[in-house]
Every structure is written in C-alpha cells, then in structure tokens.
Design a protein around this ligand. Structure first.
Ligand code: MRU
Length: 316
C-alpha cells in the first residue's frame, strides 16, 4: 500500500481525507499544491510529509519557481513534524539538476528505514499491541514505523493483535490504521480513545507503540494528541511504551519537549465529525494536534539502527 506516487515528472497523492471509503488519487501540479496538500492533510504522517515536501521542491525547480520561496512555503505548511524541515534542509544545498534525484532518494530511503525499524522492533511485540494514530504505509513511503513494527511482526508469523485507538479528532486510527490492518489481514480491534485505560487493565495488552513527529535531544517525544495520556496509562499498568523513531525525527536543536512547536488545528475538527456537527455552534474549542510525552515515560525508541535510549548518538 502506498500514498505517494512519483513517475519522474508527476506527483500523485492518495487523498487521505476520504479514506477508508473512497480511494481517490490527486495530481499535485505545483509547489503550492504540495504545500496545501500537507496543510490540509491530504497527505499526513511525518515521513510522508517530508517526502511530499521534497517532491514539492522538485516541482518548484521544474517550473522555475523561486527556491527560497518554495522552501518557506513548504516549511510553513505544518509546524510540528521536524521531518519536513529535515527534508528541506537536505534539498537546500543540492544543484537544480539534482533536486529531483535527491527527492527520489529521500523517498526510497524511507522504505528501507521503515523496514529496518520493523526488523528491530518486531521482537518487542507479542499478543495484544495498542497503537495510536496512523503510522503505517499511508504515513510513510510504505510499511510504516510503529505500524511497521507490527506489520513486520505479523509478516514473521508472530501472533499479533492490534488494538487501534480511533484518535479523535481526525480519526487516523479508525479511518486509516483499521483500513491498513484489514487490507493486510492483520488482526485488529478498534476502540475509542476513552477505552484505553480499561483495555490496559483487562490484561489483553502486552505493549503499546506509537510514532513520533519530533523527539527532543533529551527524548521528550511529540506525537499525536492522546499519546501522552496513553504513556501515563501504560506506566500505571506496568506495560512497555515504545516509540518508533526514524533518525530524521530526532531534533538535537530542541533541548527538551518545551521547545517543540505544537500545531493548533481548526476548531471545526472538534465541533464536527467528518463534517457533521456534534457540538453547539460557537462552543469554544482547544485543538492541539500533538502532545509531548516526557522521556521518562518511554521504554525505548526504535530507530533504523537499533533500539536506543537518551542520550542519543545518531549514525554519522
Ligand atoms: O496529524 P498527523 O496525522 O500528520 O499526525 C501523525 C502522527 O502523529 C504520527 O504518529 C507521526 O507523524 C508518525 S507517522 C509514521
């Protein structure tokens, strides 16, 4: 399963807003289209955002769009996932003639990174595994990070059962993780976010695993809203809580989680479900898209180079 297609000239994105019931590919014709696809969550998930930004720069170069303006446009599309900045910084020093090849390299490398994370992480999982948001093939070049660990474990014949948190308000768990699991026959049960405590208490879960959007130098980890309370619940129930972390998501320039920018999303995402009003018009809403889990609540970070703990030393 993929959500990003590039044929050397044209970029297409699977419109993730319409999943699971409609599979529609959108042609992304310009860097402006790429920035708005990221902002409006046609594409989402830190690695997929980074790949789209890299192809956005390739589209900018092809059309003669000012590279500095293109860089800024893409950088401003979403603030929390540092992978976006990482991809743009990687493209920055590259000659125009090589930008397309560099974007393709970012795309292809991501798949290997996911598979390596899956390989290292699969051995940490067995039985019931609780996860949040969508960190699978749709959020990456394919395979996935946290869901990639689950996928690898399943592919190796391990007896895995995914419990997917629905992940209000954007419902990445209900719409996307459940969709991926069903497509690949990975046993999966969907629960609402408020059921996590009862499920952990029930004894059915042996580990929780989540992805990340930015990990501070000390290991504080920003991820989808709800991850922090999941980590607290896991600590209370003495259940390991793992983070799948490509090195491109580690930000040594953020000393702690306090300096991670947290995206605020539109109030309508909370007042409505898939466009249907569920709350009184005009009620005040707080809608941070991410929260920060303190490093001390994380059991381990699974990277493409192995299982890590702070202080981190990334590969050279
Ligand atoms: O708002 P989203 O859907 O882009 O948030 C995605 C997440 O929080 C993921 O856990 C994270 O980006 C890792 S995806 C491999």
């Amino acid at each position: 399963m993929v959500s990003i297609k590039w044929d050397g000239n044209q970029l297409q994105l699977l419109d993730q807003r319409l999943l699971p019931h409609t599979e529609k590919w959108l042609r992304i014709r310009s860097v402006q289209d790429a920035a708005s696809a990221i902002k409006n969550m046609i594409v989402r998930g830190a690695p997929a955002i980074a790949i789209t930004a890299a192809y956005g720069m390739a589209l900018a170069v092809k059309s003669g769009f000012d590279r500095n303006k293109a860089h800024q446009l893409l950088l401003n599309a979403r603030p929390t996932a540092v992978n976006l900045q990482w991809a743009l910084e990687r493209i920055k020093p590259i000659d125009d003639a090589q930008v397309c090849a560099e974007a393709e390299a970012i795309h292809h490398e991501d798949l290997h990174i996911n598979q390596a994370i899956g390989h290292h992480g699969a051995k940490l999982l067995s039985g019931g595994v609780l996860t949040i948001c969508n960190t699978g093939a749709l959020a990456t070049s394919g395979h996935g990070t946290a869901l990639g660990m689950i996928r690898s474990a399943h592919d190796c014949g391990q007896d895995i059962h995914v419990y997917a948190l629905e992940t209000r308000p954007y419902l990445q768990g209900a719409r996307l993780t459940a969709f991926e699991c069903l497509k690949e026959a990975i046993p999966c049960t969907l629960i609402t976010d408020g059921m996590a405590g009862a499920l952990l208490k029930s004894g059915r879960i042996s580990a929780a695993v989540a992805g990340c959007d930015r990990v501070a130098r000390n290991g504080d980890t920003a991820n989808k809203i709800g991850t922090y309370q999941l980590a607290i619940l896991c600590r209370h129930h003495n259940i390991p809580f793992h983070i799948a972390m490509p090195w491109s998501t580690w930000d040594p320039n953020c000393p702690t989680g306090n300096s991670i920018p947290i995206e605020q999303r539109p109030s309508e995402e909370v007042r409505t479900i898939l466009g249907n009003p569920i709350a009184p018009d005009g009620v005040e809403v707080w809608n941070p898209s991410f929260d920060v889990t303190p490093a001390e609540l994380v059991t381990s970070w699974i990277t493409e180079t192995g299982i890590c703990h702070p202080p981190f030393s990334p590969p050279a």
